[in-house]
Design a protein around this ligand. Structure first.
Ligand code: TNX
Length: 506
């Protein structure tokens, strides 16, 4: 009853009893995985899972000649053997091992009984290398503690990329030492819009991560084999930065941090000083995030201000560009070059295709059928972030009491049916450019961690299956495994969406 579904799963005879006397030994290269597993299990068993000479009743973690993220797990009455191609594979095997235990194993203290595991043999490894979730901490701030908890939930589902949407019109969420006003001013707004229709709640909202917080988040994620891809969204979605440093914008009068949702018209100007400013921002961002991929946004940048701004028009003329789309393309190219020089790869939303794609760019395709297909055919790597298939800000049923009345209905079954390789690319060699997919937790209308739980779960479990497991789908089988998985989420304290009953945060 493992989620996401493993490649091969065969039940064996008998069971293994895990209790306070169980020992754990690991290849020295897997010391971190062993420490993680001890940390998860010892509060539940009351034992310490200390190393012992290999022998009966022991959990043994070893390395073997397997693909890096793959593992092989054998649970037998006299011992457990987990072999993997790398620490990442061992970590995924350890996640599977936990799921073989009863839900009580997911609590933070012993609640009685020993942990019984069925004897099994599992062979497993992922279908895609990029198994991501986008967390929008800009529209509504999520505390550091909640981000760490979310990382654990991603790890439980064998996801490996956290795309942190750190900046937007309505908030700037990362400390930049050189430009303190980005957080002093840009991380707070006076009031929030409640729905899409403009009702204001009158309450201030804000928050940001210090650089130490970010280091902690990145290290915590790394220990769980999750890399954190930062997004600083440019040149649109930048009103919070312009509120802090008006010289970045196109207007003479000052702006506040955004308080309404939708595509904002206030975008960066294209002066050298503005490009320099953001390169300086990225100098600090690169120090904090070792990820080889860095997202510069590039989505939804209305060009109206550029059409009337003398300096943007001068830039268009000077560079001999055809239009403002090409100007945006030029803008993104500046950062492609900057990142390439530093050994990183630029990720941008699929609008970066307009006006010419920067050579090293990876496309995060939110308009999947449009962006993903075009980018892959042009030889660019693609991450499928389809806004019709895996946007978890969309409501989950037609019920009138769904908290977010916006977007199309996207049920857990719809998510389970998602195929990361778009139909138009099937059978096309360009499909190789699809690195994987990312589900999106956009938070305009999601203002608490409880609400994130409701929107993300159990849809994230279905999503995990689409990127980890093979392309076949068996809904009845998924439903059975999900029924076994939900009590694990409940034991962790996740307020996932239930089919009926009151909404948890109301
Ligand atoms: C589009 S996806 C956006 C986000 C919104 C989201 C709401 C993308 C690159 N841009 O800014 O939050 O839709 O569903």
């Amino acid at each position: 009853m493992i989620v996401p579904k493993p490649t091969r799963y065969a039940a064996g005879p008998g069971r293994f009893i895990l209790d306070r006397s169980t020992a754990l030994t690991a290849d020295p290269a897997l010391g971190e995985v062993a420490a993680w597993l001890r940390g998860e299990l010892s509060p539940v068993t009351g034992g310490e899972l200390l190393p012992a000479a290999p022998g009966p009743g022991t959990i043994t973690l070893g390395l073997d000649d397997l693909p890096p993220e793959a593992y092989r797990l054998t649970v037998a009455p006299d011992g457990i053997a987990l072999d993997a191609g790398s620490p990442a594979g061992a970590f995924y095997g350890a996640q599977t091992l936990r799921q073989l235990m009863p839900p009580a194993a997911f609590r933070r203290a012993a609640t009685g009984g020993v942990l019984e595991l069925p004897a099994v043999h599992v062979e497993d490894g992922p279908r895609f290398g990029w198994r991501g979730a986008i967390l929008d901490v800009a529209r509504h701030f999520m505390t550091k503690a909640d981000v760490l908890r979310f990382i654990d939930l991603m790890a439980l589902h064998k996801l490996n990329v956290l795309h942190l949407h750190l900046t937007d019109d309505q908030g700037w969420r990362i400390e930049i030492k050189r430009y303190p006003r980005l957080t002093e001013i840009g991380s707070w707004r006076e009031q929030s819009q409640v729905g899409w229709m403009g009702e204001m709640d009158g309450r201030p909202h804000g928050g940001y991560y210090t650089q130490d917080d970010i280091r902690e988040i990145v290290a915590y994620a790394a220990r769980r084999h999750i890399s954190v891809v930062p997004e600083i969204d440019l040149p649109g979605h930048t009103q919070s930065a312009i509120a802090a440093y008006p010289e970045l914008g196109n207007l003479d009068s000052p702006l506040g941090v955004g308080t309404t949702w939708g595509v904002g018209v206030n975008v960066l100007n294209v002066e050298d000083a503005t490009i320099e400013f953001f390169k300086n921002v990225f100098d600090e961002v690169l120090e904090l995030f070792p990820s080889p991929y860095v997202c510069v946004g590039g989505d939804e940048c209305p060009k109206d201000q550029w059409r009337t701004s003398p300096s943007a028009r001068r830039r268009v003329a000077e560079l001999g560009l055809r239009d403002e789309d090409e100007l945006q393309s030029w803008f993104i190219h500046q950062f492609d070059e900057y990142l390439a020089e530093r050994g990183r790869r630029l990720v941008g939303w699929d609008e970066i295709l307009e006006g010419g794609l920067a050579p090293g760019a990876v496309v995060a395709a939110w308009r999947a059928d449009l962006g993903a297909v075009a980018a892959a055919r042009a030889g660019h790597d693609v991450i499928n972030c389809s806004n019709t298939a895996v946007y978890f800000d969309y409501r989950q049923s037609q019920r009138e009491d769904e908290p977010v009345p916006f977007g199309t209905v996207l049920t857990v079954e719809d998510v389970y049916a998602f195929e990361p390789v778009p139909a138009d690319l099937r059978g096309d060699p360009a499909a190789e450019h699809v690195l994987g997919a990312q589900c999106g937790i956009w938070t305009e209308l999601i203002d608490s961690s409880r609400h994130v739980d409701y929107m993300a779960f159990p849809r994230l479990a279905a999503f995990a299956e689409t990127v980890w497991s093979g392309p076949e789908r068996d809904l009845a089988d998924f439903r059975r495994r999900l029924a076994a998985h939900l009590p694990r989420l409940a034991a962790i304290g996740v307020e996932y969406r239930r089919e009926s009953g009151p909404l948890p945060w109301q």
